[in-house]
Design a protein around this ligand. Structure first.
Ligand code: CLF
Ligand code: SF4
Length: 505
């Protein structure tokens, strides 16, 4: 198969046509060693890495230089965070102390990001003082920043000074008329600018910042908030343009708009996209761009693996009480990083081998004109560490794969509330609230199968009644292997005939 070739001269020119994120194990085979080193332990830039490596954010940036209609200043920056009050805004010194404490406690934590609660580049002193100290005291931690881009061109050189290799720019539009529906104002050159003029300035600065970062070999992820009826169709154009300019990854995130958050969109009743709309847009952008599908829209003070939040363990009062020996922790961190990197490399090589093998069989045993039999099927997995490892009733989220003749492709995740707290009889006598189960089943809409380590009789029956087949036969198997095993079983049982195949037959 053709793999994206990313040369050292154009480090951001990802070019995948089939994967979920710019850097799955398979796609990483096409990267230069330089780019691979940058992404292989970054949980956001590598879909594989997010099963093993964690990130943390320090909330040192309270102010913002623009207004987005999906943001309320009382809440986290919705560019990189789900709405939720930041527990505490930190000084740079506190942020450094907290980072060292987390790094010593969670050796998987490889990336420190500044992503709010406002815009990091609207808080230059606080942001750069934090980066400056961390570059000196914790050089093994990757530094990452997320910005709306307005102040980016003026600060690219300063970012480069701290060896920052990953920058996220939130780009919701490239057309000021669309932008005027998203941004009521910006603060620019000591004055407030409104409407279309504001959007035009913001867009110009974002695009200029993107080009400057790419020119310096910094990997750029573009985040876009999908706002139905405002920028949904337009985001395809955004994807084309940012790819052409060398962005590494595009992360299209669903708008979160609830009236109780007090945002303009929330109050005005602007709806959020559903899972199918999000997937459809990501799919249509994918031909042009490497798409990120595993974003968890985390808080500006998130700590831990994506999808889990251990922030409560590291409030400043707890951090102050900790004995931190960072130098000692460095050895454990280095050992873990080397081990996981070797594991991922092994997985990457196996993925390549597996991709090559069926091609030979197809040539030997199938007529050349034969179309791949079997339609694609969405399957949800209660997973941990890349394995089918969670009991159905304990899952707080499900990873969703699209299984087809081309293989298992990760396409997103669905949030759920764990409704079972028992260890013995999952989902039966321990079930504490049927409405929670109903919500979980609703969250799985569109999936035909759910794979989990165990499941009780009652949720089994309700899932079946909802048209979702539970499957507990593949516990502790790698997600992709399990998904493909089930898909092949369905194929063998004649359950996957697509309309076109049926017609041909
Ligand atoms: Fe943080 Fe963002 Fe860096 Fe990651 S998050 S600043 S790139 S370290 Fe990641 Fe969280 Fe999604 Fe952001 S899952 S919201 S993409
Ligand atoms: Fe809010 Fe972030 Fe937009 Fe600023 S850039 S208004 S903090 S969502």
């Amino acid at each position: 198969m053709d793999l994206p070739v990313i040369t050292p001269e154009a480090p951001n020119a990802g070019g995948c046509s089939a994967g979920s994120c710019g850097s799955t194990a398979d796609q990483m085979g096409g990267m230069s060693a330089e780019v691979r080193a940058k992404v292989q332990d970054h949980p956001c830039y590598s879909e594989d890495a997010h099963h093993y490596f964690a990130r943390m954010h320090v909330a040192v940036a309270p102010a913002c230089n623009i207004q987005c209609h999906y943001c309320n200043r009382k809440y986290d920056c919705a560019n990189e965070s789900r709405p939720g009050v930041v527990s505490e805004v930190l000084t740079p010194n506190q942020a450094v102390k907290k980072t060292l404490a987390v790094a010593a406690t969670i050796p998987q934590m490889t990336v420190l990001g500044i992503a709010g609660p406002g815009d990091p580049l609207a808080n230059l002193e606080r942001t750069f003082e934090t980066f400056r100290q961390l570059a000196l005291t914790a050089p093994d931690i990757k530094l990452c920043v997320s910005t709306n881009g307005l102040a980016l061109p003026a600060n690219v050189d300063e970012l480069a000074k701290y060896n920052i290799e990953h920058v996220t720019i939130t780009i919701n539009c490239v057309d000021p008329d669309v932008g005027a529906k998203i941004y009521p104002w910006i603060f620019w050159q000591n004055r407030r600018v409104y409407g279309r003029e504001a959007a035009a300035i913001l867009i110009e600065q974002q695009q200029k910042g993107l080009e400057m970062l790419v020119a310096r070999g910094i990997l750029v992820k573009v985040n876009s908030v999908l706002i139905p009826g405002v920028n949904d169709e337009h985001l395809k154009e955004v994807s084309k343009i940012v790819k052409a300019k060398g962005a590494f990854l595009h992360n299209v995130m669903p708008l979160i708009a609830e009236a109780e958050h007090g945002t303009f969109y929330g109050i005005m009743g602007q709806r959020s996209p559903n899972s199918a709309e999000l997937k459809a847009l990501q799919d249509s952008c994918e031909g042009d761009m490497n798409m990120m599908r595993h974003c968890r829209q985390c808080r500006a003070d998130a700590v831990g693996l994506l999808g889990e939040d251990r922030g409560d363990e590291f409030t400043m009062d707890k951090v102050e009480a900790m004995e931190i020996d960072y130098e000692a922790a460095m050895a454990a961190r280095a050992e873990l990083r080397a081990r996981v990197t070797a594991e991922l490399e092994d997985k990457r090589q196996k993925a390549h081998a597996a991709k090559s093998a069926p091609a030979v069989q197809v040539i030997q045993f199938q007529p050349r004109a034969a179309k791949p039999a079997g339609r694609p099927v969405l399957m949800a997995v209660a997973a941990k560490g890349g394995l089918v490892a969670i009991h159905f009733g304990h899952a707080k989220e499900f990873l969703v794969y699209e299984a087809s003749a081309a293989g298992a492709k990760f396409v997103g995740h669905r949030k759920a509330d764990a409704y079972c707290s028992g260890d013995e009889i999952c989902g039966e006598s321990e079930m504490s609230g049927e409405s929670v189960l109903e919500r979980t089943i609703r969250a799985l809409e569109g999936c035909e199968v759910v794979l989990c380590a165990r499941i009780g009789i009652e949720p089994w029956g309700k899932l079946e009644a909802a048209g979702i087949q539970p499957n507990g036969e593949h516990a502790m198997e790698p997600n992709e292997d399990a998904v493909m095993a089930v898909w092949n079983e369905m194929l063998a049982a004649g359950k996957l005939a697509s309309k076109s195949v049926a017609k041909c037959a």
